[in-house]
Design a protein around this ligand. Structure first.
Ligand code: AMP
Length: 510
């Protein structure tokens, strides 16, 4: 089926329900949202010759038009390429070219960034600015709301380029079936959704947060873009009080900032129903602090672009069940497989490892991508006999809870022994002077690699290798202790807030 059918159905069943909001201001109800999507879609076909299967890029910061454009493209059976708005124009142009984009929806910033690199864009690719009069004309067109074009489950819907910390990004092909499967898992494995709810897009719609739109469209909930169009902790806390029943996706760094703001404001996140966190490691010390400050509002997911938001989840009840004998182990895990998925851990020979042993995490199920766009080599490396090799290292416990250690390329091999940076990071983060930390391996003639801890201190704290070393001695095996501490003002992060270990390693080599 075509995911746009979910919008068509909500428009029929709940035409007057508020759909698109900027802050607290309603900009469209469901009938209007669907009519606009159908009208813009018709315009794409009529004025730009877009056909089913054609790729249409979206290069813009979060806005309510973002959702209109997504559904306009699907309405006519075409494919979206959501591009991270923080990319350089040249990088965005490379993606448009690689994907053979036939049109790009842009905002003013996106337009300027692409105009500056016209020579890199696919020849004669038109741009349509959502801030333009042309867009408003399309949006206002009232040709009724014809049914969305039929699509098969395996038809491509969402072509998303990985953040690519090394090499060129790869285009992850997600089908309508993938998106539906992942969205139904939200209900089964993350949270219930009703028309009362408001999904707040404080993280980029181009990435994971945007994938949560589907189930909220299906349930005719509110879609809220904050006026800042991004993440501002104070704005989120204020909006949540006004909107009530708010759910949002937040990367772990965003959760930390929300918790800091809640503490400062002496609030508990009133109005927030659920914060779904994931996309990077959440340290035990941080989630405990978050729950102590904001209460039971948290659900964790583990996924990757290649199986979007949908590999495992750690539901609310596992955050709350503090009487369970393995409570803390579970809290430090990413939970069991989501309903449509299977997870296994394999050794170097590709065979499943017994419970408790650490190896590469593999996932299979209907959320797993069709493959990478025009990239048979990457497909052969990543997809094996129906299993997605995630590149993450982890272990499963007897109840199926998965604990991630690290990306396989981040594992440190010192004196022939594997050291998982996450363990070192968890230990150091429990020290009151440490605000953030990333442990990396740095080449060493004697050990092969040594552990170097890149530490961001809490305000007012002073660098003190001896104190941190003594703290590690209490928490982890002697050989895992960092051999060096480096104090930084901030950790380098990509546009999604993920720590760039490659950059840290390069800094250390230099
Ligand atoms: P991306 O494809 O950009 O979404 O990145 C996916 C990667 O982020 C995964 O392969 C993991 O390495 C990491 N990741 C995602 N969710 C979690 C999580 N809950 N805990 C730890 N790492 C995560």
């Amino acid at each position: 089926m075509n995911v746009a059918q979910w919008l068509a159905a909500s428009a029929r069943l709940h035409p007057d329900a508020p759909a698109l909001l900027r802050g607290t201001a309603v900009q469209a109800d469901y009938a209007t949202f669907a009519r606009r999507a159908a009208a813009i879609g018709a315009g794409l076909r009529r004025d730009f010759g877009i056909r089913p299967g054609d790729r249409v890029a979206l290069f813009m910061t979060n806005c309510t038009q973002y959702l209109e454009c997504l559904y306009a493209v699907w309405w006519i059976g075409a494919v979206v390429i959501p591009i991270n708005a923080k990319l350089h124009g040249r990088e965005a142009a490379w993606i448009c070219d690689n994907a053979g984009a036939t049109l790009a929806f842009v905002d003013e910033d996106g337009r300027q960034a692409l105009v500056a690199v016209t020579e890199d864009l696919p020849p004669s690719m038109p741009m349509l600015s959502v801030d333009s009069a042309d867009y408003q004309t399309l949006q206002r067109d009232d040709g009724g709301t014809p049914a969305p074009s039929p699509r098969e489950d395996d038809d491509l819907a969402w072509l998303f380029y990985t953040s690519g910390t090394t090499g060129r990004p790869k285009g992850v092909m997600l089908s309508h079936g993938n998106l539906v499967a992942a969205s139904l898992c939200y209900l089964a494995d993350v949270d219930a959704v009703s028309q009362q709810d408001a999904i707040l897009y404080a993280a980029p719609i181009s990435h994971g947060a945007g994938l949560y739109n589907f189930i909220h469209v299906r349930m005719a909930a509110r879609h809220v873009v904050p006026p800042s169009r991004g993440f501002d902790a104070d704005e989120v806390l204020t909006l949540a009080r006004q909107l009530d029943h708010v759910s949002m996706f937040a990367a772990p760094t965003m959760v930390r900032r929300l918790v800091d703001a809640a503490k400062r404001r002496k609030e508990r996140g009133e109005g927030i129903r659920t914060i779904v966190y994931g996309g990077g490691p959440m340290y035990l010390a941080d989630i405990r602090d978050a729950m102590a400050t904001m209460g039971q509002r948290f659900v964790q997911i583990y996924g990757q672009g290649e199986s979007p938001m949908t590999i495992t989840s750690l539901r609310r009840e596992f955050h709350a069940d503090s009487d369970h004998p393995r409570y803390l182990e579970r809290l430090a895990s990413v939970g069991p497989a989501q309903s449509v998925m299977q997870v296994r851990v394999t050794g170097a020979d590709g065979r499943s490892l017994p419970t408790g042993e650490t190896g590469e995490v593999e996932a299979s199920g209907p959320a797993v991508m069709l493959g990478y766009w025009n990239n048979p080599n990457a497909n052969a490396e990543t997809l094996k006999d129906g299993w997605l090799r995630t590149g993450d290292v982890g272990r499963l416990d007897q109840d199926g809870f998965l604990t991630l250690s690290d990306r396989s390329k981040d594992v440190i091999i010192s004196g022939g022994t594997n050291i998982y940076p996450r363990e070192v990071e968890e230990a150091l983060l429990a020290h009151p002077d440490v605000r953030e930390v990333s442990a990396i391996g740095v080449p060493d003639p004697e050990w092969g690699e040594i552990v170097v801890a890149c530490v961001v201190l809490e305000q007012g704290a002073a660098a003190n290798d001896a104190a941190l070393d003594a703290h590690c001695l209490d928490a982890i095996a002697r050989f895992k202790r960092p051999k060096r501490y480096v104090y930084l003002e901030a950790l380098p992060k990509n546009n999604y807030g993920k720590v760039l270990k490659t950059e840290l390693r390069a800094m250390m080599r230099a």
